[in-house]
Every structure is written in structure tokens, then in C-alpha cells.
Design a protein around this ligand. Sequence first.
Ligand SMILES: [Zn+2]
Length: 466
Amino acid sequence: MTYFLIVFTFLTGSVWASDTVDLVVLHINDTHGKLSPYNLGGYKVGGIGRLSTLVKQIRAENPGRVLLLHAGDIFSRGEPVVIYTGGYVNLLAFEKMGFDAITPGNGEFYFGIENLKRQTSRVSTPFVHANVTYKHHNGPIFPPYLIKEVQGVKVGILGLGLIRPWHQSSQTLRLHDAVETAKQYMPELRPKVDFLIALTHIGVKNDSLLAAAVPELDLIVGGDTHTRLNTPSRIARANGEGSVAIVQARHYYQFLGRVDVQLQKAAHGYRVMRLNGKLLPLDGQIARDSKIEALIDKYARPLDEVICRTERDLPNVRDERSALGDLVGEAVLDQTRADVAILERNGDTHGVFAGDISLNDIYRLRQYRPPVMLTRLSRDQIQAVLEARMYLTAGCSFERKDETIANLKIEAKPDSAGTYLVAMERQVAFRHFLRDAASDSVAFDFTGQRVDTALERYLRDVKVIR
Ligand SMILES: [Zn+2]
């Protein structure tokens, strides 16, 4: 008798114990390409190495019940190694860290959908995105959602994001309303899962609209606005059954967000009993994972190669003519054999000091690396482009007075039709000629070059700048 009682108690005890399940959702967003620690208020913070350490630690404390999510903006504002690898080095590190799902941010699209598809296909990490499709066949760019079973709980993760329709990189893509898209997926997705997360890159205001419109969601892990939500913001459900929680973890590897969820077994599946969230600082208290840092280093080291030497400083002034601007223009003319170059101004650099020039100096001049294209334009067409906006130019000179330019002098001679061969970055070409169907008459050829590759080749030949 006693024997049976003991068995009975043991069984009910174990049934009772498995009645609730605790999940840990770790989330980060808008890390951008800031892989290394940096100064913030006098302290070194951030860095992908700290993120890796903290994730490992939390996984060790919570075996088998941690989900790790990224809500987008991974590639842009990057260190040279990020730009040089097209963001691959970030994704490789995330794959090693075992991310369960990522929704690409607008920053990933600026490098072009081709690059995004190529780099994401090189890692096993799943990407989800429900509301961007290809224009030509309306098919999705990534699976809209995934379902992952954690401790017997079926967790749905729906990806929602944004692209900037005005950007040339978005022209082959169609953006659908995130809230409407989420609503459309609910009848299909909600019955399949116990816990439903929207992994979004639409900003915290839109997350609130989403929460109000789609009460089927349990949690919104957001990004894009770089918002610091120390605790989840909660949008109460109209039916009085609890709320939809919204979390976001600032930016640049400053915090890792942690959401603790307790679910209880119900007649069908599980229901949420408790959901608490907080931000964990990635500061000096956390050791840097040398393994992840060594991986990044392996890809960064080739950029230390010195390819040229300059005997004078080459400052960069964004809004005026400058030595580095002239060098970039010269390099593009040399490598494309164009008469005139019309390029975006150099960003994100003060220039290069006298001494060695390494690839690190070059692969920071263009965040998104638009291709350089060639076309033939008349003098009037060139004048109109130069009047419309400040550009970095080569092969011509002029004086700017407010909205007009005077004394345009083009060094090369025109061809018999009165046109010049003009090299332009794709965003410039798009802005003036490709955006409107009316400008179809201007045809462009790809050169296979970008500003950074043209400069690299040019400087390897020049060897010394005097
Ligand atoms: Zn961002």
C-alpha cells in the first residue's frame, strides 16, 4: 500500500511539475556594424564579444529553453570589415552564436537584395520577413514565419520589416503594410502555435499599432527606432485577456534584452501565465568572448594590407572640394576611362594622414557600395545634374552659386553627337534618370566597379602619392 502511494505521489508530482514551462527570449536589435567595443560616457561598452559571452552564460543557466532573436539592422554603419564582406562576417558570427531567427532591417536592404540573399544563404541562421515581396512575381524574399518547439511549447516567429521605397535598392521589391500582413497570417499561424512572437523592424510606434490591431500576438520584439524599453510596454487586449508586450533593446550592442515567459499547460496547448522583461547591459562587467573576436579578426586582418603611401595629408571635406575627394574622382576616371565622374560625396572619414594607406582607409568611404555605371550625356544634361545637388566630381570644373552653376568646363572633348562619357554611382543615376519612366532614353552600363574597388586598383598602381 505504502509502495503504491509513493508511486502515485511521484507521478502526480511529476505531472504537476511539467504543467508549467519557462522560456527565455533573448533579443537584440540595431546592432549595425559596430562589432568592437567603443567609448560611451567614459566607459568601454558594447562589442559582439560581450554579447556572445552573455548569451552563452544565460544558455548554460537555462539549458534548452532559450530563444535568441535579432530584430534587424545588422550591416550598416559598419566597420570596414563589415562593408568589405557585405555583412557576411556579422552573419557568420551570429550563426556561431546560434541565433534562432533574424528579421532583416532596412539597413540590410541598402546593400542590395542580391547581396542580402547571397550572404544569408551562406549561413544556416533562419531569416523571416512576411511583408516584403519581389515585384516581378510577388513571391516572398524570405519565409514569412517559422515555428520552433521549445520544451514542448510551439513558438511562432513572424517577421515584419520595412524598406525605404525611395532608395534605389528597393526598386525590385514591394513593401506591404506590416499590420495588414500580420492580420492575414493569423488564421493560418495562430492555431499552430502556443506562443506567438512578431519579430519586427518597424519602429516602436508601429509596434503599438500592431499590438492593438493583432491581439493574437503574445510578444513583439522590435527594432528600427533604437528605443530603450527598460521593461516591456504593454498594449491591453480589447477582450480583457491580458496584453501584448513590446520590447526593444536600444542599439549598438549596448544591451541584450531578456524576456522570461512562464506558460501553463491548458486544455489545448499552453497559455501565458507571466511575462517579464528587462535589459541587460553589455558593459565592462562582461568578459569579451575571444573566440568570436578571433573570428571577426580573421576577416578583418586582410584589410590591414598597405597598398599605397602618401607623402601628404589627404583630408576629406564632405561639402567642398578636398584632396581625398579629388583622389576618388581621379581613380574612378582612371578605372572607367570616363570623361566626367559624378559621385556621391565621401562619408564617414576625415581623410587619410601622410603615411601608409591600407584597405581599411578605402573600405569605409561608401557604406552601401553602389556600383559605378556609365552613360553618355550632353553638356546640358551634365549641367542639370550638377545644379540639382552637390556631388563629388572629376573631369570638370564649375562655380556654384546657390541653385545654379556657372562656367562649367569639361576637360575632355565631346564626341560627334556632342556627348561625354559619364561615370555615376547607381544612386546618382537613379535619382536623375532611372526613377522616372520618362528618362528611359538614358541607358546605363555597369562597369563592374564600385568607388572603393576603383580606388583600390588605382592606388595599387600609383604606389606613392606625392
Ligand atoms: Zn537602426
